[in-house]
Design a protein around this ligand. Structure first.
Ligand SMILES: Nc1ncnc2c1ncn2[C@@H]1O[C@H](COP(=O)(O)OP(=O)(O)OP(=O)(O)O)[C@@H](O)[C@H]1O
Length: 576
């Protein structure tokens, strides 16, 4: 059996044995507590999604759980539906509320979002839950299904629901949905640059989180029968949140540990005749420790310990051929057809005129260099073209169609893809996850392999956090191309690379139009590389175009030489 299989099969078998032993041999009281642990694990899992994955501090999981419980209780009292359907509807009822509370999260971050969601949880508790749960006033408990009527039966039902939800979530986490959450947590700009809507990605995290917590609440209604609002107070949300953070509920096993601890610890304190609220304090301390240690919590730490990838050395790109050597014939040459036209673009930051009436034409099937000394406006121009900065005037056309009014992620979907000067690749993703997220439509494994080979990147399963800075940049460029863009905007891709690697990258970039069917706008300080791989060059200084044309003409232009001599020493002379 492969080692990876053993790492999965062993905990699954242990879990099955533990669940069977509890269900078949433990006293009813402990089975009841174990049911509570499974329910808490489900709610912790919801924290794992919205906070652990998507990085949003939402402190109202018990409000979502309460909505799930309230709805399930109401349906149980007034409709004669199968219990599982009532639970599902209860969980779904929490989703629109999750999306509604997610809307402010599009603008709020960190402590502000935490306060807003805590206040929301308090408001729901007062306005909805304090009025009583369905059936509470006339003491009519939620009726469980026959198959799960006993304490043991309900325990098995709860564990089954947790297992199914956990496995579906794990599947989503391994795919593009989970990768999108990780990227939006690390960089909203990177999310948009990959062609994904930041709004949709964040709201989806809130919706899934609310569903999971709502499902936990639905199970709770059947477990307790008659509910009181006390279970869903903001204080309860804080306890679940801190336990989830401490144990690393971003992983299924972390959520299970959090669920078990949230039940066992108060029980131990009760048996010791100590106040059970001490548990909340202990979770808070453990959560602070976990945050200081890198957010993975106890489960993250255990995963790192048992991971095969324990090396701390940075992984570097491996050149697939000698720098400057003739490149092999492309597997399939593609016809580049896209031209990008920029007309009269201007950008002002306060009193700084970063761009002033800039015109630029990237012809179809060419590599166009954009040079200029520090502060000339190169990155600002890339930001404007890719939609991250709104220009005060001017127009941008792709293939003759205006894109000026489109948001960044829509421009990315139209085929304007970019890399960033400061790497924005999520360190926790594997190279494959990142490239798959950047792909449009079906993931093209052959293209991914071809790109990684072209850039000499490490194997697809390598975690990005283990790559050195230069290699991360190459992965970012590969991710830019995997979507088969019309135009690739590469912002200093050679930064962090050695001279030899730079030369090799230059020869790969020169081939991109023919090999991958896109035009390229290349921002680079490495003038030697630019002159070697570009068909045309535009030079900027103080936000204005000072020269444009063939590399030879531009690099010999007196205005360009003056700009560089006053800025980056004798860079121009180097190649003339
Ligand atoms: N967010 C911002 N706020 C204020 N000023 C900015 C901002 N971004 C850029 N600038 C200013 O705009 C001008 C152009 O900056 P930009 O980063 O586009 O230049 P650049 O040519 O890319 O420089 P470098 O080669 O150093 O990356 C600079 O004067 C810079 O200080």
């Amino acid at each position: 059996m492969k080692r990876a299989d053993v790492r999965v099969v062993t905990p699954v078998l242990l879990g099955l044995v533990a669940v069977s032993a509890i269900g078949l041999a433990a006293p009813d009281y402990w089975v009841f507590l174990s049911t509570s642990a499974a329910i808490n694990a489900l709610i912790a899992l919801s924290v794992g999604v919205v906070y652990g994955r998507a990085g949003m501090v939402a402190l109202c999981p018990m409000a979502f759980a309460g909505i799930g419980a309230w709805t399930t209780g109401w349906l149980n009292l007034h409709m004669e539906l199968p219990f599982l359907l009532e639970m599902l509807l209860g969980a779904l009822a929490a989703v629109p509320v999750g999306v509604a509370i997610g809307l402010p999260a599009l603008r709020l971050r960190g402590i502000n979002l935490a306060v807003a969601t805590l206040a929301f949880g308090g408001a729901v508790a007062v306005v909805v839950f304090d009025r009583g749960f369905p059936g509470a006033n006339d003491q009519r408990p939620v009726v469980r299904p026959d198959v799960a009527h006993s304490t043991t039966g309900y325990f098995f039902l709860s564990v089954s629901v947790l297992a199914v939800a956990g496995l579906l979530l794990a599947r989503a986490n391994r795919g593009r949905v989970g990768a999108g959450w990780m990227v939006v947590r690390d960089s909203e700009r990177a999310t948009a640059a990959l062609g994904h809507s930041v709004v949709t990605t964040k709201l989806l995290a809130f919706a899934v989180s609310a569903f999971l917590a709502g499902l936990g609440g639905a199970l709770l209604s059947g477990q307790l029968g008659i509910l009181s609002g006390v279970s869903f107070l903001p204080y309860a949300s804080m306890v679940v949140f801190t336990a989830a953070v401490a144990f690393g509920a971003v992983h299924l096993e972390g959520a299970v540990l959090a669920g078990v601890a949230a039940v066992i610890l108060p029980e131990i304190l009760r048996q010791l005749a100590l106040p059970q609220d001490i548990a909340a304090g202990l979770f808070a301390v453990a959560a602070i420790q976990a945050l200081a240690g890198g957010e993975g919590g106890i489960a993250g730490g255990l995963r790192a310990k048992f991971s095969r990838n324990t090396t701390t050395a940075l992984v570097t790109a491996v050149p697939t051929r000698d720098a400057g050597a003739p490149t092999p014939a492309p597997q399939r040459a593609r016809q580049a057809t896209s031209e990008l036209r920029v007309r009269g673009v201007g950008v002002t930051y306060g009193t700084v005129r970063a761009l002033d009436g800039v015109d630029l034409l990237v012809r179809a099937g060419t590599v166009h260099g954009l040079i200029g000394p520090n502060g000339a406006g190169k990155s600002t121009l890339i930001d404007v073209i890719s939609g991250f900065v709104v220009s005060t005037n001017g127009e941008i056309h792709l293939e003759g169609k205006p894109v000026t009014g489109l948001s960044a992620h829509k421009r990315a979907r139209r085929g304007i893809r970019r890399s960033f000067q400061q790497g924005r690749v999520s360190p926790s993703l594997t190279i494959f996850q990142y490239l798959a997220l950047s792909s449009r439509g079906t993931v093209d494994h052959r293209l991914i392999g071809e790109l990684l080979d072209a850039f000499g990147c490490p194997p697809q399963s390598t975690t990005i956090g283990t790559l050195d800075v230069g290699t991360r940049r190459l992965v970012e460029v590969a991710a830019t191309l995997v979507s088969r863009p019309r135009v690739a905007l590469l912002d200093e891709p050679a930064a962090g690379l050695a001279a030899e690697e730079s030369a090799r990258l230059g020869s790969v970039i020169a081939e991109l139009p023919e090999r991958f069917g896109c035009s390229v706008l290349l921002v680079e300080h490495d003038i030697e590389m630019v002159s070697a791989c570009c068909d045309e060059i535009t030079a900027l200084d103080f936000g204005r175009v000072i020269a444009s044309g063939s590399p030879q003409a531009v690099l010999r232009d007196p205005a360009v030489m003056r700009a560089y001599l006053s800025g980056a020493a004798d860079a121009a002379e180097m190649v003339i």
